[in-house]
Design a protein around this ligand. Structure first.
Ligand SMILES: C[S@@+](CC[C@H](N)C(=O)[O-])C[C@H]1O[C@@H](n2cnc3c(N)ncnc32)[C@H](O)[C@@H]1O
Length: 345
């Protein structure tokens, strides 16, 4: 993978809309992962990953061929990272495994900070991922890849770094945590908590924090397992100045929990706000906004929030740029939602 070929960028479709249960879909994904042929074999057969998924698993992850490619990145052999850290970050010999890849990002900010992220390789879902997903009532989308909206969120945060100065920040449903790590590395935030409800995913967040600690300066950075359907710990209630999240609104069954989590963790102040970047995905984003309002929070939906992202979007839609052939604005273009207690914006 080089800078012209970003981390794999599937886009999840709304779950549960084709009748099959989530459990069935997860097992179907597992079966697919176990039976997956090598990508070279697929390439020989001329089957792109965009067109492989035709059954119920489409409801959980639908692969796109790329993302917006806003942050330069390239991959290096995982063995190189393992060598630097003695393969024992947390005393666990599986810290850097055969199933992982290592992607190095060069951030488009003043001091060109670098971040290294460990991701799962494509098609490497395992039985224990599915077991954990069932046990903790959570999907596996956080392990699939870094989704296009996460890169857009990270890019937006770099371009609005001043808003994070001295703030306490939380990322919800972070997956591998690119945006949270970017905030930690490129802004003067006081503290960044990077969270996900899937314990397997939280393991990767912690790894990614551990290998980048030198880039965080004075900013404190923590990982957290935070499930939106659980009661949140009293010490984090009413504490965060800024909450960020990307591509977390298509799980309709968790809309109430997610809205309640934002409401209970966002600091009760005129300046605190949550920033979500989410593709529309059918009516899921609109439904989530309705639930936000029912919870007494205010929100604003912004379509054009960044000229670079907007121009790329327009070109993909018009077919002037054909580098993202299956670009579909409903599922690929993230809208920005600003949520707060008091502001009218
Ligand atoms: C589509 S992924 C997006 C991940 C990341 N933000 C990105 O865009 O790459 C959705 C994330 O939300 C997490 N998630 C789903 N349901 C959740 C819940 N009820 N509580 C906490 N996290 C949840 C998943 O584990 C996953 O990491």
């Amino acid at each position: 993978m080089d800078s012209s070929s970003p981390p794999p960028s599937p886009s999840p479709a709304p779950s549960g809309s084709r009748g099959a249960s989530n459990a069935t879909q997860r097992w179907s994904i597992l079966r697919r992962a176990l039976l997956a042929r090598s990508s070279s074999a697929r390439a020989q057969e001329g089957i792109s990953s965009d067109h492989q998924i035709k059954d119920g698993t489409n409801n959980i992850s639908r692969k796109a061929s790329r993302g917006f490619n806003l942050i330069e990145c390239h991959s290096l052999p995982i063995s190189q990272l393992a060598k630097s850290f003695g393969n024992s970050l947390n005393g666990n010999e599986n810290d850097f495994g055969q199933k992982d890849v290592y992607v190095c990002y060069k951030l488009p900010c003043r001091d060109s900070s670098k971040l290294d992220l460990v991701y799962r390789k494509e098609d490497s879902l395992e039985l224990n991922d599915i077991e954990a997903s069932n046990k903790y009532n959570i999907d596996t989308t956080g392990l699939v890849c870094c989704w296009p909206s996460e890169e857009v969120l990270a890019y937006y945060c770099i371009n609005h770094s001043d808003m994070f100065r001295s703030k306490k920040v939380l990322e919800l449903g972070s997956g591998y945590g690119l945006a949270g790590l970017v905030i930690a590395a490129s802004t003067n935030a006081d503290e960044v908590v990077i969270s996900d409800g899937n314990p397997q995913v939280a393991g990767y967040i912690q790894k990614n924090i551990s290998i980048n600690t030198e880039t965080f300066g004075e900013t404190k950075v923590k990982s957290m397992i935070l499930h939106w359907d659980k009661e949140q710990a009293s010490e984090i209630l009413n504490t965060f100045d800024i909450i960020v999240a990307s591509d977390c609104t298509f799980f309709k069954q968790f809309h109430e929990g997610l809205a309640g989590t934002v409401k209970s963790l966002l600091k009760h102040s005129a300046t605190s706000q949550a920033i979500f970047l989410s593709p529309k995905r059918g009516d899921s984003l609109d439904k989530f906004l309705g639930i936000i309002k029912e919870n007494g929070l205010r929100c604003e939906l912004i379509e054009n929030y960044d000229p670079t992202v907007w121009n790329l979007h327009k070109k993909y839609v018009a077919g002037e740029d054909r580098t993202w052939p299956n670009y579909d604005k409903e599922h690929c273009y993230p809208l920005l939602v600003r949520i707060s207690y008091f502001s009218e914006f």
